[in-house]
Write a protein that binds this ligand. Structure first.
Ligand code: NAG
Ligand code: NAG
Ligand code: NAG
Ligand code: NAG
Ligand code: NAG
Length: 406
């Protein structure tokens, strides 16, 4: 009887090693990582023409853009760019979409049909944070209109032969989730859960769509003085963690806690397998609680920490594949005259300092020094693989010497 040769055994070792390591580190590279994009709403005055913005995004290899208040001109600018688009139907149209499918059809005629598929429209959000908006003309309660509006848009797309565009709506963490501490005890707030969120989740599951959620660790950090800034900014440190005593899971950043709170709330509602897309996250460059230089550094730390974390493919403790997509809010600063409700979100109340969330200047250079590439991830993988192979090689020699097979 022939003993298997040393080389063959060694190859087997290496093979088992590779199959043991690759699924956990290499697979996220090919689909497990979160697609990172930007929210883009052409600002009022001197913002650059959309064509120039698209070219800049392409040169940065940005794969996805979320358009707030999309216009046909804006959507057309993304033709042939291969940048995936998430369009947002303005809140004032939700009532009309719900009342009459032809309103939805008309919108598709103007905003989708002329550009599909040259512009890669992948998802349409019917409204944004509709439950905290006051609704449109003649709409008494926009929340009851939400699901019928989504259904009408979904059917309008199918009637026009467009099957690759999903339909959803956008919620805000701070308006719908009860708590992030600990994540496992989070639920969707009542009565919004029963009236709106559960019917929306049912629609999303039926149509293979995704839950869209705005998630701002910045706002939770501002509302909870006891949270260390390093925990909100993805900084590593010996005491920089929070334990969820219910699940025994250890969290190393606030972002993961908030995402897992959404995952837990979905599970409580019975829809734990619906994909999650983070429609907004970011950090303002002019936090009024600190000096200008400091806030700019914090914003840069948050964005770089976020991008590295999402590119690591580690997901979150409760969802290994993580969020499917995440959109950084936002590409350009809003003008001071814009009436964004983020301006009013302060714990101490009464403050109306205008916050700037943009990551790019109007001359199309980045405000921050942040990297989008995968270099970090690849070096991490090699850093794991090479020592492991060396270790096995040592182990192999040790055993063959021990049993005198050498
Ligand atoms: C377009 O983007 C998708 C994913 O974002 C990618 O898989 C595909 O290779 C890209 N196509 C081209 C022609 O670049
Ligand atoms: C729906 O809208 C279409 C076109 O705007 C209009 O002709 C029709 O009368 C409307 N139907 C209802 C029930 O309002
Ligand atoms: C949803 O996805 C599943 C599996 O990929 C597929 O079988 C089903 O037909 C899809 N449903 C719709 C409505 O697209
Ligand atoms: C934000 O505050 C300003 C000034 O107090 C107010 O006019 C505006 O309506 C507020 N916006 C929202 C969305 O609450
Ligand atoms: C772009 O604009 C910013 C802010 O106005 C300025 O600091 C920067 O130097 C400009 N960059 C170029 C290349 O013009």
């Amino acid at each position: 009887m022939m003993l298997p040769s040393r080389t063959a055994l060694f190859s087997l070792f290496i093979l088992s090693l590779l199959t043991g390591i690759l699924p956990s580190t290499a697979v996220p590279d090919t689909g497990g990582t979160t697609t990172i994009g930007f929210t883009y709403s052409p600002a009022v005055d001197n913002s650059p023409p959309p064509e120039h913005v698209v070219t800049a995004l392409q040169s940065l290899n940005i794969p996805a853009v979320r358009l707030l208040n999309p216009s046909p001109t804006l959507i057309r600018a993304f033709s042939y760019s291969n940048i995936s688009l998430l369009l947002t139907v303005p809140n004032y149209l939700v009532g009309a979409f719900a009342a009459n499918r032809s309103a939805a059809t008309l919108w598709v005629y103007n905003n989708v049909l002329p550009f599909h598929p040259r512009a890669r429209i992948s998802l349409i959000s019917v409204g944004s944070d509709v439950i905290s908006s006051t609704g449109g003309p003649g709409v008494s309660d926009p929340t009851t209109a939400l699901v019928p509006a989504m259904q009408n848009l979904h059917h309008a797309l199918i009637d026009l032969g467009i099957r690759t565009v999903s339909v959803s709506t956008t919620f805000s963490f701070i308006n719908v989730i009860t708590t992030a501490f600990p994540p496992s005890s989070a639920e969707f707030q009542e009565p919004v859960n029963s009236f709106v969120i559960r019917p929306v989740l049912e629609f999303l599951e039926e149509t293979n769509s995704s839950l869209l959620m705005n998630v701002y660790p910045y706002n939770v950090y501002r509302l909870h003085g006891e949270i260390p800034i390093s925990f909100a900014l993805f900084q590593e440190g010996p005491f920089n963690f929070r334990d969820d005593v219910v699940t025994g899971v250890r969290y190393h950043n606030l972002f993961d806690m908030m995402v897992d709170a959404v995952i837990a709330a979905m599970a409580v509602s019975g829809y734990e397998s619906v994909p999650l897309i983070l429609t907004e996250t970011g950090w303002p460059s002019n936090d009024e609680h600190m000096n200008a230089e400091e806030s700019q550094i914090y914003a840069e730390k948050y964005l770089q920490g976020l991008i590295s974390h999402l590119k690591s493919g580690l997901g979150t403790p409760l969802r290994k594949e993580g969020a499917a997509q995440a959109y950084i809010y936002q590409l350009f600063d809003d003008g001071p005259e814009s009436n964004s409700k983020k301006n009013n979100l302060t714990s101490d109340g009464g403050e109306t300092v205008h916050q700037y969330w943009g990551v790019m200047y109007h001359n199309l250079t980045m405000k921050y020094n942040i990297k989008f590439d995968n270099a970090h991830q690849i070096s991490t993988m090699l850093g794991l693989l090479v020592p492991s192979i060396y270790f096995l090689w040592l182990l192999y020699h040790f055993f063959f010497c021990l049993f005198g097979l050498d």
